[in-house]
Write a protein that binds this ligand. Sequence first.
Ligand code: ADP
Length: 468
Amino acid sequence: MTSSMSDSAPLVFRLHAGTPSVVRKVLLEQGWEEYDEEMHKEDDWNLYWRVSAFHNSDYQNLKPWQRLNHHPKVVGITRKDSLARNLRRMKGAFGSALYNFSPVAFILPNDYTRFLEAYTVHHLANGGRATYWICKPVDLSRGRGIFVFRDIKDLVYDSPVVVQKYISNPLLISGYKFDLRIYVCVKSFCPLIIYIHQEGLVRFATEKFSLTSLDNVFAHLTNTSINKFGPRYSTDKEHVGQGCKWTLNKFRCFLRSQNSNELLLWQQINNIVTLTLLAATPSAPFSPNCVELLGFDVLIDENFKPWLLEVNYSPALSLDCPADNTVKKALIHDLIDLMNYSQMDGLRQRGYLTKRFINLCYSQALQTKTSPVYLIPKHTPGFTRQKRSHSQPRSSFEKNEDKLVQSDVSVPPCRVGDFILTFPFNDATLKASQENLDVKIAFQELHRLNNHLAAFCNLKDERRKECA
Ligand code: ADP
């Protein structure tokens, strides 16, 4: 992936303390140079990567050639309580038929009375049989503080929590529960541009699933941070193997071996991602030159229905096992390629040489309604693999630099590496996504797409039956 640097100085990255080492490794492999206070001027960098959120001033002072790896205000979907609140709002506004992919959730203590009502209703509806619930602290991650319960007397908490209906019939592989970590890149919120990575992770529990042992975290939670300390982590488990992870590719092979309706499952997962991000879009401010890599955790039940468990901000990028090595390095390579830096680098260099662009910062672009520099490259639509290439001719913007700071909201590339464009997915959604997103058209088109797909899958099923 190393690019030729013959015609330009290397791109420069800054990493905040705690950035996973794979990010540095990939950027160096791609020929970037690390920011050095002694060597570089204050704004002489192209990408600043942080695990935690940036400060408002970081966005305000952004230069046209600089990018950040977070959009502002993404917490609307990445905190457990905000996600529950936002999805509930969307359910209320657009109907529970559409927003039926997240388990019913209550934010306690505020929703305690509502939870009590739901608990009683479920209890009676089940003829006294147990309904299972899961309690999660709102601001913790990696499975910390989570427990599953049946009886309300076991619900004990001393900080705000989300209590969610527990999916008690998960799809199992050889008796083991698992969930999927789907990597999503929001390249822009205005217009909304979503890519889903084809590769991802399957994260297994390391002990067999059983509803008789609710307090066994190694059977009920699929977090690696928990299972790597489980007694059976290194055991060669039937089908699952050693450790607790598969790549999504391996999972696809498994689905094929089971004759499952894979296409429908992925489309449902795409829908979950789009509908969740549509919930976040209204609050996301205009933020050119930011990207966001999110980790969507999806659990599949025994009826093959995918459920959204949560959306992770700065998903873990540590390399703990072979599956991590396969997935995460390629993911970061593709993410950097998706940013398509070839034009921006030239802008930084000339900005520094001529000082012409130095004052055209993000906030000024906003105030003067000057179109910002979008991350969307000029290109022709189609399934072309977009690779950053420093040896590409840059004549279009070298001839007319001013044009560069004008936006050119064209069709984003359909595929960059293993990142697949999932929104917008046709002319109508492209048009609807620009400026003030027309959510209703987005829903309408998603609905149409799903109907097409369902018809296609039915046809395929019928043909298969005829052939059998
Ligand atoms: P964290 O941010 O702490 O990882 P999650 O919401 O991802 O919190 O939950 C941790 C794990 O608990 C998940 O990976 C999954 O295995 C399990 N889990 C969470 N919510 C549910 C649910 N509603 N039904 C079944 N299992 C769940």
